[in-house]
Structure formats: C-alpha cells, structure tokens
Ligand binder design. Structure first.
Ligand SMILES: NC(=O)c1ccc[n+]([C@@H]2O[C@H](COP(=O)([O-])OP(=O)(O)OC[C@H]3O[C@@H](n4cnc5c(N)ncnc54)[C@H](OP(=O)(O)O)[C@@H]3O)[C@@H](O)[C@H]2O)c1
Length: 294
C-alpha cells in the first residue's frame, strides 16, 4: 500500500460526512481534507475546480447532496443543481487527473415493487424530484469517463445530523402514541458502517487485493433484513424504553409531497461478492447507532 492515501470529503457536515470525520483519526495511512458546504459549495464550479483539479487527491468522496425529499418538490431547481448539475463540475475538475470519485445515490431511483431484493441492473423509474435528480447525477458520472464508484444506499441513520431514529427518539419522549407507516419496506443504513465500508474498499483497491476495474461500477449498500418504518420505530421505542405506542398506518393515510417507494429492499450480493465485505443485520446497526446517540 502507498504510504498515505489522500482523500477529500465533500459535504463534510452531513450525516455521512461527519461519520468520516469521526473515524478519520483511526486511519493513520489516510490523510483527509474535509470540506463543509461553507468551505466548498459544490454549486461553485470555480471553487470545485480550484480544490480538486490539481490531482492532489487519490479519492474524492462526495457526501454533499440535497436530501430534503419533500421540499425538493417545491425547490426543484436547487435540488437538481446540487444532485445533478454539480456532478458536471466535479467531473470537469477531475478529468485529466488520476483521482477516483466515490458518489452516493439512493434506493429512490428504483421505485419498483417486485418483492425481490432490488439489483443494480433492475429498471429505474424515479418518482419525484429528489429521485430524478439522484438518477440523473448517476448518469452524468457514469458517462463521464472518470473512474467513479456509485453506492446506492437507503434509510441513512447516524448520531449526527437529522434522521428517522433521532426524530422517533424525540417523539417517543414527547408523545404517548404516534402513527408510522407499515407498508414501506427496506432497511436502515448506519452512516458509520457505510463510511467504514467505503474506506475498506479504498484500502483493498490501494493494496491491489481487488482489481481496479471493479471500482468503476454501481453497487447497493444497506443493512440486511426486511422491515418497515413501523418496525423500525417500534424497535427504537423498545430499545430506548420509551413509553410511546407506535400505531401502524398505511402510506395512503400519511400523504407526503414526494412519493416514497414501497419497496427499498436492495440486494447486497454484488458489493459483498466483489469487495469481500460483510453486511450487518439492521438490528445490529440500529443498536450501534442508538448506543452512539446515547
Ligand atoms: N439520508 C438518507 O436517508 C439517504 C438515503 C439514501 C441515499 N442518501 C444519499 O446518501 C448521501 C449522504 O446523505 P446524508 O444522509 O449524509 O445527507 P445529509 O445529512 O443531508 O448531508 C448532505 C450534506 O451536503 C451538504 N450540501 C448541500 N448542498 C451543498 C452544496 N451546494 N455544496 C456542498 N455541500 C452541500 C449539506 O449541507 P447543509 O445541510 O448545510 O445544506 C449537508 O451537510 C447523499 O448522496 C444522499 O442523497 C441518503
């Protein structure tokens, strides 16, 4: 392995970005540069070019994204600018360098309900602005000619930032009963686990344990199992000993601006087979996340 791997993290103050920051001290062979939105706005093509075009980084990990899926329906220009058009600026900055890009996409790009774990080559039919912006971002990167690994993930949770676990913990303290949808299936992804897997893949590529050609591809990543948001909420109340009853309701009785996929269960076969990584069960990652939230 080379003496030091240089990595730039974009969107460093999001859930995933903060997990990379948290774990950085444990990786002595990796030098990280963290760029929050204030330090590097990915809508600023010049700033992106200045920061990334020198080729100083071995990897750029793009954690920056517009993730407010309902607000996106009313702020589509901003959502497309961040999730789609900024991909052009990143590509332009990295073209001609040896820097590899790691980018995150979403289960929302599939939006099919086939009751089989979704595979990377399944059809995509994104519903809503956020989902479309993520798919179009993927397409720009895939067709760009730069080396890019795209990870489609789902239901991201973390002790950092805003997410379902933290919302449920707050509601569980404030209310005696809440309604949660029980007809949308998937599994949570603990951002810390995802960040660890990304660094594991990088180290395996750098140490040539894995063929470089595997990098330039699209992979799913989430935890194992199949649950609904209702199951997840119920388990959070149980684990935290919160005296709040979780009532199952259907999505039709909880309308949202953006349509949610009913089926977000993704196959992890390709990423485990290719990179030899282990995928934890959702209960394990939930326990880990809850412990770290405290
Ligand atoms: N969260 C989920 O459940 C979920 C599910 C599937 C896929 N994903 C994908 O996983 C990745 C990581 O998600 P996450 O949960 O870590 O998202 P997050 O917590 O919302 O973090 C995104 C970060 O990007 C920053 N950002 C927004 N616009 C930017 C800009 N113009 N320039 C630079 N930074 C900008 C945000 O800053 P501000 O907060 O200040 O705007 C925020 O710090 C994203 O690609 C997301 O689409 C997430």
């Amino acid at each position: 392995m080379s003496s030091s791997i240089n990595i730039a993290i974009l969107g460093a103050n999001g859930q995933l970005g903060q997990e990379f920051k948290w774990m950085a001290p444990q990786y002595r062979d990796i030098h990280f540069e963290f760029y929050s939105k204030n330090q590097l706005d990915i809508l600023d093509a010049n700033a992106i070019n200045n920061a990334l075009s020198s080729g100083a980084f071995d990897y750029v990990i793009n954690c920056a994204a517009y993730t407010k899926v309902d607000a996106a329906e009313q702020e589509s220009a901003l959502c497309f600018a961040v999730n789609t058009e900024a991909c052009h600026s990143i590509v332009d900055a990295l073209k001609g360098t040896k820097t590899r890009l790691i980018h995150f996409s979403s289960d929302y790009v599939y939006h099919t309900y086939n009751r089989f774990p979704l595979k990377e080559n399944d059809i995509t039919q994104p519903q809503g602005i956020y989902a479309q912006s993520k798919l179009q971002g993927e397409q720009i990167l895939r067709g760009s000619g730069i080396p890019v690994l795209i990870l489609r993930t789902s239901w991201v949770i973390s002790s950092f930032g805003h997410n379902f676990v933290k919302t449920m913990m707050r509601l569980g303290k404030e209310k005696s009963s809440i309604n949660v949808v029980n007809d949308q299936y998937g599994t949570p992804t603990y951002a810390r686990d995802l960040a660890e897997k990304v660094l594991d893949i990088i180290q395996k590529i750098e140490s040539k344990q894995i063929d470089e050609s595997s990098f330039n591809d699209t992979y799913n990543y989430a935890s194992e199992g199949i649950i609904t948001w209702y199951d997840l909420a119920s388990q959070i109340m149980t684990e935290k000993g919160l005296n709040c009853t979780v009532q199952p309701i259907s999505s039709s009785s909880f309308p949202t601006l953006a349509k949610r996929p009913y089926w977000s269960v993704m196959s992890k076969h390709k990423i485990t087979r290719t990179f030899g990584i282990k995928v934890p069960h959702w209960y394990t990652v939930l326990k880990g996340c809850l412990n770290n939230i405290g």
